[in-house]
Design a binder for this molecule. Structure first.
Ligand code: HEC
Length: 387
């Protein structure tokens, strides 16, 4: 089994609101998607008091109620019109991928729950919500959701978990406020550095991709830098991000194009060549969000393959923010989109191979399961690299 740290993600991005120019039938389809999303959120909401309480989740007298609620969630996920998702968001493989994984994980959690391994079932269920994030944060396409009468502040969970739940249900402003309150509060010396790091990563993603508000992010980061008790390595990252935000603010006009995205990736590579890995996160977040947007319309397989390659590269760097699995997904998509021997498919295969082999390597060497080896060989052939 491949093990990756389960840090949760939040990530969002720029987007064009194209609903207004869609035909009536598309509008109807979209509204069925919205309706199912709302039902899904309702089922998640019903489950939250259990999902975040190991004791309640374990109690035998709650068994039937919890099983019913998980089944209800599973049912709403199955009702989601997947094709509509693809029509709305473009042929971006993240749509099918997140939906499939969400379905699989919720189903799996029910099986595990009924088998009696309740703590594990709870973890699987809680982590399955990451897929809601991944899709919601891929782009800021779609509305902010304000009608949800649920107050996460009443729950005894960490600020980043609160922000995560708010993003799951698309309450972006509330998520922003939760993170800002936490980040601008004076803390004790080395007080929960992991939580601080997560909060900073989430906040950056939220502000760069969804809110697209570098000015506000600058103001908050300034306060973070002035906090004497924040780890020095985190302050360093914040200082790099502030530099990038500043140059973003100085840009005259907002252009969303592949040329622009490639420029940002080039800049990101030159920044992170000499500095810490996350020093170019602003550039990577901006570039990848632009590319997700462009994929909605792009039809040329060569361009699409190249776009997938850049998404793979970006998520390789951003994976700590919760994007594990996405680099491989995009490298694979890149090879399949424009197969045969060419410089792009070669780079994508290198990225795929490296991630898989590193993912499976341990102290006793590389132990790659047979199915993964088969897949590697298939992709190697597709990329024209097998002898
Ligand atoms: C495959 C991508 C994807 C996944 C996975 C996903 N969402 Fe969504 N969701 C969307 C998109 C796109 C929209 C905006 C659609 C629109 O309204 O135009 C949306 C909208 C919503 C809305 C607002 C509905 C409205 O328009 O009023 C809620 C609430 C929501 N999602 C909850 C969830 C929850 C909870 C989960 C996980 C259990 C989840 N979503 C998983 C893509 C996704």
């Amino acid at each position: 089994m491949k093990l990756r740290v389960l840090v949760v993600l939040l990530l969002f991005l720029s987007g064009v609101w194209i609903l207004s120019c869609q035909s009536k039938s598309k509008l109807e389809q979209n509204s069925s998607w919205s309706g199912e999303m709302q039902s899904m959120a309702k089922e998640v909401y019903d489950l939250l008091p259990f999902v975040y309480s190991p004791a309640k989740f374990k109690q035998n007298e709650n068994h039937e109620e919890i099983a019913k609620k998980i089944e209800a969630l599973e049912k709403t996920i199955h009702q989601l019109p997947e094709k509509t998702g693809e029509q709305m968001l473009g042929e971006d493989h993240i749509v099918g991928f997140t939906l499939k994984n969400l379905k699989d994980d919720v189903e799996r959690s029910l099986v595990i729950f009924n088998e009696g391994n309740k703590e594990y079932a709870r973890t699987v269920l809680r982590n399955s919500l990451n897929y809601c994030f991944r899709c919601h944060t891929r782009t800021n396409y779609g509305p902010e959701f304000k009608r949800w009468g649920f107050d996460v502040n009443k729950m005894a969970i960490s600020p980043t978990s609160k922000a995560r739940l708010l993003v799951v249900t698309r309450q972006y402003e509330a998520a922003q406020k939760t993170l800002e309150d936490y980040l601008t509060t004076k803390t004790g010396f080395y007080n929960k550095p992991f939580e601080q790091e997560n909060a900073l990563d989430y906040y950056l993603s939220l502000m760069v991709r969804v809110q697209q508000n570098p000015t506000q992010a600058m103001a908050v980061f300034k306060q973070v830098k002035d906090n004497p008790n924040i780890p020095v390595y985190l302050k360093e990252s914040v200082a790099y991000w502030m530099k990038s935000l500043k140059s973003w603010m100085a840009e005259k006009k907002k252009v969303i194009s592949f040329t622009e995205a490639k420029k940002l990736i080039k800049k990101a590579r030159s920044i992170s060549q000499w500095q810490s890995l996350d020093s170019a996160n602003v550039e990577y977040l901006r570039a990848s969000s632009m590319i997700h947007d462009l994929l909605i319309k792009e039809k040329d397989p060569k361009n699409r393959a190249e776009m997938f390659m850049y998404l793979g590269d970006s998520y390789d760097v951003l994976s700590k923010n919760g994007y594990w699995e996405l680099p491989e997904l995009y490298y694979e998509s890149c090879i399949k989109e424009n197969p045969g021997r060419n410089s792009i498919s070669r780079k994508c295969f290198l990225g795929y191979e490296r991630n898989i082999l590193l993912g499976y390597s341990g102290s006793i060497g590389v132990l790659v399961p047979a199915v993964e080896k088969e897949k590697l060989l298939k992709l190697k052939k597709l990329a024209g690299l097998a002898q």
